[in-house]
Design a protein around this ligand. Sequence first.
Ligand SMILES: Cc1ncc(COP(=O)(O)O)c(C=O)c1O
Length: 449
Amino acid sequence: MSARDVSTAEELVARDARVIAGVERLRFFPLVAISGNGEMLVEPGGRELLDLSASWTAAGFGYGNPAIVAAIAAAAANAPGASILSGTHPDAVALAEELLELVPARVPGRPRRVYLGHAGTDANDVALRGCRHATGRPGVLAFERGYHGGFGSAQGVSGVHVDAGATADPGAVFLPYPDPYRPHTGDASTVVDDVLEQAAATLALGTTAAVIVEPLQSDGGLIVPPPRFLSGLRALSDEHGAYLIVDEVKVGLGRTGRTHAFEHAGILPDVVTLGKALGNGMPLSAAVGPAEVLDEPAASALMTTIGNPISCAAGRAVLEIVRAGGATRNAHARGAQLRGLLEEYARSERPGAEHVGDVRGLGLSLGVELVVGRDDRTPAAQLTAKAAYRAWELGAVVYPVRGNVLELTPALTISATAIDHAAAIVAQAIDDASAGAVSDAQIEPYRGW
Ligand SMILES: Cc1ncc(COP(=O)(O)O)c(C=O)c1O
């Protein structure tokens, strides 16, 4: 492995700080990359970093994926316009058709549409406003520590942002996302019933347009929904005439070991939103849902470059990979491998192991929750920030979510050898951080969330 070119990296970090807006920086260590390949990023000087985030899952099928690069290059060379606003082109129409094939219909035969957008944020925003318009109701039932976007209503129903000071959407009601490790009721066996009772009470008011939920709460702490939670929301939404929006932006398209994460719960949503890996790094998102939600008011969700041919070509190449199934199967197998290795570490006598409170997830969406000690579940947020920093020093990119959970979401194409390496670095980073290898001063400039 080559050495870091510290002078160039540090210079770039300093220039970045002078010119890039703080509102769009969420930094945990001085990451600088000059290129990427598969699950690896390359720093100035050539040091390789194993990216266990895949850019927050946006590069879900690997950097420089040859099939996707070829599709992008061909589309860019000969772009049939730049948008679908006032004309159409083959890749936009085909992408929408392919998404309708991939996302199962809740009610067979009922007309559906696809909104093509730039990011998870606008896909969720459009889904929310469409449900409000179609029902004439203002309310949205969302979840504490949920994440649906960084602007507009998608931000206003995101518990993560509201906790950090963003204005809550005036129609939003936030309920706890059932967390068996940290039960809000004090008893893991009652969390689902309690949340469903609260949801029933809110929905019974008849003012809720939509329930929006992550099928695995990611930025809120990698929380796998316990059985009966999503199916309970499905039943309650039906009973009270609210749409169920399932936000697959972060964990969809094979990441959990199934094509759609909602499949684990055996439900069918009314609206499904997709993003991040859909463009594998190109700006692309989608909302797939009933025509009555996504058609009206006509021409009311406009951005000049939506449905642009280059993003659409990337999306079609991604869907071809998804349909082939190998990446999804790999997510299942490599996820089980990584989880097994992390659990083995947690059971070991190594110095950091006593801080691993829980290892959880589905497929290649895994979380390692760090706590004060095996018998004390107090969140160890400072230790987590230091472990992420130390992992970067050791050669891996891993980000904390909800303060004390290391989120592991590598590319679905990752190899078994790279997973062994990933587990070794994460374990070493936790050991080192717990032994004091990273000072408070080192992480002080990185406020993260
Ligand atoms: C579940 C979920 N939905 C939506 C979004 C927003 O997507 P974007 O940042 O692409 O707008 C995110 C981003 O982290 C997410 O995790």
